[in-house]
Ligand binder design. Sequence first.
Ligand code: HEC
Ligand code: HEC
Length: 374
Amino acid sequence: MKLAVVFWVLGAGMAQAGFDSIEELGEALFFDVNLSQNRTQSCASCHNPDQAYVDTRQTDAGLAFSLGDDGESLGDRNAPTITYAREVPLFQVNDMGFYMGGQFLDGRAHDLAAQAGGPPLNPIEMGMPDKASVVLRLAENTDYVAALKAYFGADVADVEAAFDAMTQAIAAYERTDLFAPYDSKYDRAVRGDYVMTPQEALGQDLFFDKERTNCSLCHFGNEKPASAGELFTAHEYFNLGVPTNVPGRKANGVLVGKIDFGLLGNPEVNDVIEMGKFRTPTLRNVAVTGPYMHNGIFNDLRTVVLFYNRYNTDDPEWQINPETGKPFGWPEVPKTLAVRELTHGPALSNDEIDALVAFMETLTDARYEDLLQE
Ligand code: HEC
Ligand code: HEC
């Protein structure tokens, strides 16, 4: 008892029972399987640090959906990268009157801390029955107990306070520069330390040129093209007409006819015009974070560009998904399709499509560049 008080009085700055900072505490929590019911799963199980924090475990649904801690449940959305997640603004209505930001693909968690409270209690993820049981697991670890007390004044006897402190610590870790290094070829080129290949440069021109592609209508946050810190998203919500992932749904047992409501599933949203819209994701690290779209329906980055391109041409050849050899499926939610944005601009040639892919590859953080060779 007395010892704990001494620790607390010594305060932050001192090593707190193994953790030098809140971020270090958050790191330990991020990798701790004890926060799941069967002690098999941590945040890192679905957000693998070796591959830009996406799920690299093959399941019956390929890489589209994640396996839960029970060893059998599969989710219905693809685990996104959490690199640069710290830059996603709070969920809000912007000055144009559109929803933007928020964590999760439907923005239902306002910020990283709110998000971090979700997976431990999600029955098909880490599967803990309630906050109290999560806090009991925290209490098993005397280093956690000391650090939660020292950094947050949170006693593990107070379930709400301890759970909340846990989420704050995880969020603090996710806000470190490890998750947002801004050191891709793109960033190096902006700083003058890298010269884009002609193909990459063509891709960059196409990407930012609103006369030739529509990409920057949605995947562009800054005022001026090719600026440092660009996240390649304005964080707004759109329905791109992504088809249902039928093989994925066969594997996870969700009815093929079920609609993923997207933004409309966010408890703060109740207008049906938001049905089937998802937050425009960052394109940083996109070349190493497949499969793509909220339901992981496309495996190759090139297929994503072909998917967009078919909205700008009637040529039947361009309607084929090369991954299936069949036409791209029907939109899961046809009514709210972003027709105006998607049909903006001329169709692209094969060379232009390759250039866009090459440009997106330059958005890979230095630590993941070796994955591109594969
Ligand atoms: C079973 C797999 C799984 C586990 C375990 C898991 N996640 Fe996730 N994570 C996902 C999926 C799937 C999504 C997208 C879900 C959605 O949008 O509804 C997601 C979304 C996120 C997001 C939002 C990213 C964005 O762009 O909106 C963050 C941040 C995140 N997870 C962090 C964590 C943290 C922190 C933990 C541990 C406390 C964790 N995840 C545990 C699968 C998982
Ligand atoms: C109307 C807005 C809009 C336009 C135009 C647009 N995107 Fe997107 N993009 C989105 C949204 C929203 C998503 C997520 C959709 C989903 O998950 O259902 C997305 C997803 C993606 C993905 C998959 C990301 C991932 O992690 O799964 C890539 C790659 C991509 N877009 C590239 C592009 C390129 C290249 C262009 C131009 C050819 C473009 N986008 C045009 C809004 C847009």
